[in-house]
Design a protein around this ligand. Structure first.
Ligand SMILES: NC(=O)c1ccc[n+]([C@@H]2O[C@H](COP(=O)([O-])OP(=O)(O)OC[C@H]3O[C@@H](n4cnc5c(N)ncnc54)[C@H](OP(=O)(O)O)[C@@H]3O)[C@@H](O)[C@H]2O)c1
Length: 282
């Protein structure tokens, strides 16, 4: 049995590789990476697999039984890139593809979901058994906000009082490992989210509690928040995307109380307080 992970030198990919190594012999794990030089420390075989290079992908996927396709970070190019991976997997006879999609991909107001919907459709069209890991937000998305809360005197955003069922990257990595090493997950769709939702005001309250400082959350209109992020030096498109995602969050796009994630990993998801404490420790 050979299990391959794309994006294996990314933050989620590295956690998946580490957790897989705890369950399986390293000889059964293949890291598919854009830059093999960055994979030397992974402790498993690494093969070059750039999402933009179909011939390289076909070579890299030879002999692979199960594949975790970690969605690309190159927003705007992802549907084409993921299609390249799916085509190569079909050519190579891969028997199962698990894909890291977005929470409620079919109904979410978040614009980020467009490319995920395209990839989900491509997976279904390919006829390869698939598993859709519809991941909610990483709590670590708030790392900069938590770290900057005291020096900046507060936390800002445009998420209103939207409830955010976030979980840690490690929780989502463990779910991927459970699916890749378990049975009976073919053609299942998992809406994965944290056990306990929080609002941005709750996040500020947790930072206040742990720092002993008074930290408030200030909500802004989407356009003003995008402008603020741009003024910090974020590229225009990325700033707009983050602000638009906050609006989607305010509409409930990141809320889910199914507890599917904790059922899949067999333990509660990582609480907000733990992630805040880790960030504050530095
Ligand atoms: N749920 C959430 O809250 C959330 C938040 C952010 C992102 N995401 C999505 O989840 C994915 C994994 O998250 P993460 O934290 O691990 O992100 P990350 O650390 O940015 O990792 C992204 C991975 O994609 C790889 N990649 C990008 N372009 C590629 C290409 N052309 N060919 C092959 N690989 C390519 C990167 O390769 P290199 O290692 O060579 O750079 C990296 O390994 C992200 O890519 C994004 O789609 C989800």
């Amino acid at each position: 049995m050979t299990i391959a992970i794309t994006g294996a030198t990314g933050q989620l990919g590295r956690l998946v590789i580490a957790k897989l190594k705890a369950k399986l012999p390293a000889s059964e794990i293949v890291a598919l990476v854009r830059d093999p030089a960055k994979a030397a420390d992974l402790g498993v075989t690494a093969r070059a697999a750039d999402y933009t290079k179909p011939a390289q992908l076909a070579e890299a996927l030879k002999g692979v039984d199960k594949l975790l396709l970690i969605s690309s970070s190159e927003v705007g190019q992802r549907a084409t890139q993921h299609q390249n991976v799916i085509d190569a997997a079909k050519q190579a006879g891969v028997k199962l593809i698990a894909y890291t999609s977005i929470l409620h991909a079919d109904s979410t107001p978040l614009g980020l979901a467009v490319e995920h919907r395209a990839t989900e459709a491509a997976l279904k069209a390919a006829g390869i058994p698939y598993v859709l890991l519809r991941n909610g937000w990483y709590t670590e998305n708030y790392t900069a906000a938590i770290a900057g809360a005291v020096p900046n005197g507060g936390i800002v955003g445009a998420a209103g009082d939207g409830k955010i069922s976030a979980a840690s990257r490690a929780d989502y990595a463990e779910a991927a490992v459970a699916v890749l090493t378990g049975n009976g997950h073919e053609n299942k769709i998992y809406e994965l989210a944290g056990d306990t939702a929080f609002t941005m005001a709750d996040l500020a309250a947790e930072v206040s509690k742990q720092t002993g400082k008074s930290i408030a959350y200030s909500n802004m209109p989407e356009a003003a928040y995008a402008d603020l992020l741009k003024s910090f030096g974020l590229p225009d498109a990325f700033a707009s995307l983050l602000a638009e995602s906050d609006t989607g969050t305010s509409k409930g796009g990141l809320f889910n109380d199914s507890r599917t994630l904790s059922k899949l990993i067999g333990r509660p998801t990582t609480p907000l307080s733990t992630v805040v404490a880790t960030v504050l420790k530095g």
